[in-house]
Design a protein around this ligand. Structure first.
Ligand code: PLP
Length: 387
């Protein structure tokens, strides 16, 4: 019935509450994936559900030919809590990156269209986003890809600078590569990229689709690098499960677009925006982000501990806040999928990112007891597999 685009686990999910899911057979799961960094306030957060229901009873869609209150309220909150002055709303991550690519080309002016991104990156599945993605496995079979996308080796500023030409308009990167294997950019590296952008008059586009919206312990990941980007893209957790994406930028860069330059029929839909307003309010509310940082450390400590106990399986833990990964040793990398399957059988959801790293993305509302529960399940599996 479906086109075969997804490898799926044998479960049909019917209900979610907080960090727990229940499938059609009544089996419960502890969710350490959160719909891939989407349901950050947990499944069916009561305030989000109430906002969705209230807005659905009032106004569901009018197009962007008119203003709506939820969209205006969300844009005001995004601007008030970031570097940005201007917002464009869309429906997904790939679409937010498409908007960023178009904006960077338009702002670059005649003949400046090249965008440099990093090897190991992931920027989405539309054709331009695939071209920007620095992993050949996502390109294969789709060539010719749109022109103007160049990939720099990860971590090497000198090599990156060599790729800058008079045609370059922007550098695009994730502050921490999520799909690429939970790989944070070293602080000095991202600062160096910012400096190169300043020096060569390029825009710095940060893809915060996975790591923005509180995931790393600050509302946006860039805050922890001591830099200001020119554009950031958001999606995933912004609507806690309703489809919404956004591009944030400065007044100056935004001025490259005029009415007609870009658009989206559903972008900034009032129901999705009503959900996102509650997400913003909750994350900015008392102590939420400090708790994410504290629980992120707690999870990282637990993973590092496992890494010490099972050195034949685990090469080390890495991450920021509540995006954490366990890198496997070369001999266990081929068994990453098996570990995730064993976790699934034990009722814990996680995944294997970039073919290298077990990735843990719990809802940000996860409790320490739930973190312990996941760690115990994982330790049990490692014990079995090392025996
Ligand atoms: C998920 C993701 C995307 C793509 O988002 P979609 O909503 O699936 O289009 C782009 N960039 C990053 C970093 C992501 O994690």
């Amino acid at each position: 019935m479906f086109i075969n685009t997804y490898g799926r686990y044998p479960a049909a999910m019917v209900e979610g509450k907080g960090c727990r899911l229940t499938d059609a057979d009544g089996r419960e799961y502890l969710d350490f994936l959160a719909g891939i960094a989407v349901c950050s306030l947990g499944h069916c957060h009561p305030a989000v559900t109430a906002a969705i229901c209230a807005q659905a009873g009032k106004l569901v869609h009018v197009s962007n030919l008119y203003h709506t209150l939820p969209q205006t309220e969300l844009a005001e909150m995004l601007v008030a809590n970031s570097f940005a002055d201007r917002v464009f709303m869309c429906n997904s991550g790939a679409e937010a990156n498409e908007a960023a690519i178009k904006l960077a080309r338009k702002a670059g002016g005649e003949g400046r269209y090249e965008i440099i991104s990093l090897e190991g990156s992931f920027h989405g599945r539309t054709l331009a986003a695939v071209a920007a993605t620095g992993q050949t496995k996502f390109h294969q079979g789709f060539e010719p890809l749109p022109a103007g996308f160049i990939h720099a080796p990860f971590g090497d500023l000198g090599e990156l600078e060599k790729l800058i030409t008079p045609q370059t308009c922007a550098i695009l990167c994730e502050p921490l590569q999520g799909e690429g294997g939970v790989r944070p950019l070293p602080v000095e590296y991202l600062r160096g990229i910012r400096a190169l952008c300043d020096q060569h008059n390029l825009l710095l586009i940060l893809d915060e689709i996975q790591v923005g919206m509180g995931r790393t312990g600050t509302l946006f990941a860039y805050e922890q690098f001591g830099i200001t980007p020119d554009i950031i893209t958001l999606a995933k957790a912004l609507g806690n499960g309703l489809p919404i994406g956004a591009l944030l930028t400065s007044e100056k860069v935004a001025a490259a677009f005029e009415p007609g330059s870009h658009a989206s029929t559903f972008g900034g839909n009032p129901v999705a925006c009503a959900a996102a307003v509650v997400v913003m309010q909750t994350m900015l509310g008392g102590g939420f982000l400090a708790e994410v940082r504290a629980k992120g450390e707690y999870l990282a400590d637990g993973l590092n501990h496992l890494s010490g106990i099972f050195p034949t399986i685990v090469a080390g833990a890495r991450g920021m806040g509540l995006i954490q990964g366990l890198a496997l040793t070369p001999e266990f990398i081929p068994r990453g999928g098996e570990i995730v399957n064993r976790l699934f059988a034990a009722g814990v959801l996680a995944n294997f990112a970039g073919g290298l790293v077990l990735r843990f993305l719990p809802p940000l509302v996860v409790s320490r007891a739930e973190i312990d529960e996941m760690l115990v399940a994982l330790a049990g599996i490692f014990t079995e597999m090392s025996g």
